[in-house]
Design a protein around this ligand. Structure first.
Ligand code: NAD
Length: 260
């Protein structure tokens, strides 16, 4: 379905972004990977995805808190591929602390990477999508785009902001072939969540297994993690013709979190 299309996925060297990159590559899209990590491991991933699916895969290490690096990544994608058809704004960070003790520097970093970067990416890529009258912008928000949790003020504010951005862009493109939607995962077992499990285990004196069950039990009635592969499949669906009239949606994949 996605042969000849190009996808840029921010934060795709790990976790959900990597799952989405694999899903889009499996469907035929050429891929720009982005994110941090060990250079050899990233090169191994790049080669593996390219070989497995017979698509072109390039890597750019832009730091999503740095507007000049974001611009350089987009220029690289345009230069190498000639186009960006699918933009997945996925890179994100977390910091956990009560609001009165929340470091201002962490607030700024969370807002820059989780919210300002998707705005800058969308702003830069949308004109070429509109010119071709086809495009898919997929923002990885969160259940925290809909509801809050304690000690996550910057993350919750950033993800509510991402939902606002998603709806605004969807309205501005509503009569075109470009759609903008958000995916709102609950718990997905990635390094971002593993750190919260490790912190919980240390704080409460729990085993890793007990901390995992405790974390799920608090919020996610299915008591099962969503997988990056499942989110990759949803991203592929959002790129299909069947999803052409999904506009401004925030799709929960949350094991029942928001049903409570
Ligand atoms: P992760 O830590 O596994 O991956 C994050 C990716 O972003 C990595 O590739 C990392 O290198 C990259 N990254 C981090 N800071 C960056 C920066 N400044 N510039 C460029 N890349 C950067 O996390 P994940 O769990 O896969 O999270 C991905 C997205 O999904 C985030 O936006 C997160 O908020 C969201 N999300 C995650 C969960 C979950 O349970 N894991 C739930 C809801 C939403």
């Amino acid at each position: 379905m996605l042969n000849g299309k190009t996808a840029l996925i921010t934060g795709s060297t790990s976790g959900i972004g990597l799952g989405i990159a694999r899903g889009l590559a499996a469907d035929g899209a050429d891929i720009l990977l982005n994110g941090f990590g060990d250079a050899d491991e990233i090169e191994r991933l790049r080669g593996q995805i390219a070989d497995e699916h017979g698509v072109r895969v390039i890597y750019h290490g832009a730091d999503m808190s740095q507007p000049a690096q974001i611009a350089d990544m987009i220029e690289t994608a345009n230069h190498e591929f000639g186009r960006i058809d699918i933009l997945v704004n996925n890179a994100g960070i977390q910091h956990v602390a009560p609001v009165h003790a929340f470091p201002v520097e962490r607030w700024d970093a969370v807002i820059a990477i989780n919210l300002t970067a998707p705005f800058l990416m969308t702003r830069a890529v949308l004109p070429q999508m509109l010119e071709r009258n086809w495009g898919r912008i997929i923002n990885i928000a969160s259940t925290h785009g809909w509801v809050a949790s304690v000690d996550k003020c910057a993350y919750v504010a950033s993800k509510h902001g991402v939902m606002g951005l998603t709806k605004a862009v969807a309205l501005e493109t509503a009569t075109t072939g470009v759609t903008c939607n958000a995916i709102c995962p609950g718990w997905v077992l990635t390094p971002l969540v593993q750190k919260q499990i490790d912190d919980l285990a240390a704080r409460e004196g729990l085993s890793a297994d007990a901390a995992r069950v405790h974390l799920l039990g608090e919020k996610q009635p299915s008591l099962a993690f969503t997988t990056p592969e499942q989110l990759g499949a949803l991203a592929v669906f959002l790129c299909s013709d069947a999803a052409a009239n999904f506009r401004g949606a925030g799709l929960p994949v949350d094991g029942g979190w928001l049903a409570q």
